[in-house]
Design a binder for this molecule. Sequence first.
Ligand code: URA
Length: 434
Amino acid sequence: MLTPSLIIQKKRDGSQLTKEEIEYFISGVVKNEIPDYQASALLMAIFFKGLTVDETMALTESMLKSGERYEFRSVTGPKVDKHSTGGVGDKVSIILAPLAAACGLKVPMMSGRGLGHSGGTLDKLESITGFKTQLSYSEMSEMLKTVGCGMIGQSEKMVPADRKLYALRDVTGTVECIPLITASIVSKKVAEGTEAIVFDVKVGSGAFMKTLSEAKKLSQSLVKVSRKLGLKSRALLTNMNQPLGSAVGNGLEIEECIAVLKNENHPEFAYGDLKELTLQLCSHMLELSGIVKNIAQGRKLACQKLQDGSAWTKFQELVKAQGGQIAPFKEAPRVTIWKAKKGGFLTQMDTEVIGRILVELGGGRKKVSDGVDPSVGLLFYKKLGAKVSSGEPIVKVFSKTDTNLTELEEFFNSAIQISKIRKAVPKLVLGKIE
Ligand code: URA
């Protein structure tokens, strides 16, 4: 007979679980027949003993079965999405979805909220006044037909098993686990109705995966499980040893995305890496979907659609169709400049600390139920490799009040390194897994 405690013991002792056992456990969790303490115990056993590819597949399928699954059969054109494993200042999706749509793809993008140090696309989008991130199936289908992309959050009915398990993982120290991350992400990607997916697996101080070897393992797992479930898939391993672009903070990040979409030569946003990564991911989406024959053609098309304003037009259509109104960034009232304590080269950033500073300012959440303030943020004047003089501004901080600012500045100074010797700037794309 199947019982939760026998399944927990079996995994605790390192044995392989059957499909039936996994299905029984997940459906029990979703129906609230298995209590949180037993679900947490199994998560911890998986954290330590791992899952085989077959078990990860079974977990992904059980999670997928726990809720609704979208299939946009009436939408013509290749449906392709991108999913990032999470970072700081990662605003790529907001530029990429309209850009890919402008290139002829259909992008049913389902994103998440920020949690802990990593930001979330939904929070960024919700800093646009009126922007609705909950759309019904028929509204999303209409978005794909008319605009070419839609950007939504996970509905209550979609992969409820992930909602439950993710909330438990978040408070039980079981987030950083490759099979659990794989099942969580892939179940949602299959449920959102995409046919192909490019994963942006972040590596470095601001990512869940701190080393290239861990990130490679996660990429292989994501690609393999997605493929087995019928999605075309590929992963790029990309650098998260500093925030992408210059902006960290929800409203500020939207402002930076708009600058990229408008091809603006903005005085404060140094968005070269953000634009480059967006173009590379878009090229892969185009090639994976078969719209172009190779990456070079994909890049050419993506550059053209960004340059000629088509992506900016698409973004405006997207925002309007989802009820939003584009307006200038309303910054928090207190503006402070944090300056370099000494001269040299900026050689290292603990990007997770930067994400945590944003949370302390109110721009991210510590618990799933927390709200976020779109007006706070950090605007970086310097990126890795930059020469800095003592007393030179490194970052502009937008905050609601002065509270904690001195402490946060110390925290910030402990997170960056200024050295006499210049170090090579880390590569943006570190590898590809297919
Ligand atoms: N993002 C997800 O959706 N799930 C995880 O487990 C980690 C990152």
